[in-house]
Design a protein around this ligand. Structure first.
Ligand code: PBG
Length: 324
């Protein structure tokens, strides 16, 4: 045999494979998304998201403490209010479920674990859109920014270390940064969902937040066929002051993660969303694949594509696996 290169040499043993491995998952780079349900007296299982719950105050505190103890990098909170209205005004109230949940989480972890608050109106609006509607029923970009500014001040005031701007309105990063700066708040970090696609993979999340969405989000979230648009969105968000940019979903958009991470100097996050997780959970439950291996391979792929940070519902579990 006339073989000069034998790549298999470096794959022979566990030790050899570990020695040459390029990409490693680290609990510190993982974000755990959690849901907190206003008025819940016990944790409520989410049918389409196996293992994920709408938390109460005390189960949120337990989840935050467990994540912190396992070394997870951050917890991202979504609030599920018991009252919605057309403009999502409840999202801007100082005692909103989201603001309360931030305070509960901070009581547990203080500054040791950065807490991210989702900054978007969709959980709080009766029509389920990420913004307010104009007289014709279209999402009114600039009127929405005013609400985002109010919401940002409330969430920062409650103690959020990072605001996750997930609404995909034009100018949202600049508007929120300006509102924070005007208060002398130079410390709150802005995580911009810069390249967020109009995706079928958000289906289970909408159960988790009891979404009442009428129609779809195609007029503000990106078209799955586009990649240049993602670069444009990211460039604008960085120019407006984004500290971290995010690509979402993860697995179906690995090429976008790779392009974005080659383009920017700020950290790049990717969100392995509800539908991606539920797909693997359902296949594993049906005996079709090895659950743990599929999870680790998925997250490794996202990191290999260029994500510095990964938001995943498996964050705490994976942190325990990595610590083992
Ligand atoms: C909306 C929001 C969505 C997700 C996070 N923030 C859903 C949507 O845009 O409809 C999806 C997350 C997931 O599917 O896990 N603010």
């Amino acid at each position: 045999m006339d073989i000069h290169e034998r790549p298999r040499r470096l794959r022979r043993t566990d030790g050899m494979r570990r020695l040459v491995r390029q990409v490693h998952l680290d609990p510190g780079n993982l974000i755990l998304p959690v849901f907190v349900r206003e008025g819940a007296s016990e944790p409520i299982a989410i049918g389409s998201m196996p293992g994920v719950f709408q938390h109460t105050q005390s189960s949120l505190k337990a989840a935050v403490n467990e994540a912190a103890a396992a070394g997870v990098g951050s917890v991202m909170i979504f609030g599920v209010p018991s009252h919605k209205d057309a403009n999502g005004d409840a999202a801007c109230a100082h005692d909103s479920i989201l603001a309360d949940a931030i305070r509960w989480a901070k009581e547990e972890v203080g500054d040791s674990l950065p807490i991210i608050a989702d900054l978007c109106l969709d959980e709080f609006t009766t029509h389920g859109h990420c913004g307010v509607l104009d007289a014709n029923g279209n999402v009114d970009n600039d009127a929405t920014l005013t609400q985002y500014q109010r919401m940002a001040l409330t969430l920062a005031d409650a103690g959020a270390d990072i605001l996750g701007l997930s609404g995909m309105m034009d100018g949202q990063v600049g508007a929120v940064r300006k509102a924070l700066d005007a208060q002398g708040n130079i410390d709150t970090v802005l995580l911009a969902y810069a390249a967020k696609y109009a995706s079928a993979f958000y289906g289970p999340f909408r159960d988790a937040v009891e979404s009442t969405l009428e129609g779809d989000r195609k007029s503000y979230q990106q078209d799955p066929g586009n990649v240049n648009e993602a670069i444009r969105e990211v460039r604008l968000d960085v120019a407006e002051g984004a500290d971290i940019v995010m690509v979402k979903p993860g697995l179906p958009y690995l090429d976008v993660i790779a392009r974005v991470s080659a383009e920017v100097e700020v950290p790049v996050a990717a969100y392995v969303v509800s539908g991606e997780s539920s797909m693997i959970e359902a296949a594993a439950a049906a005996g079709m694949l090895d659950r743990e291996r599929a999870i680790l391979e998925t997250l490794t792929s996202v990191k290999r594509a260029g994500a510095d940070i990964i938001a995943t519902y498996w964050a705490t579990e994976v942190a325990h696996l990595l610590n083992r």
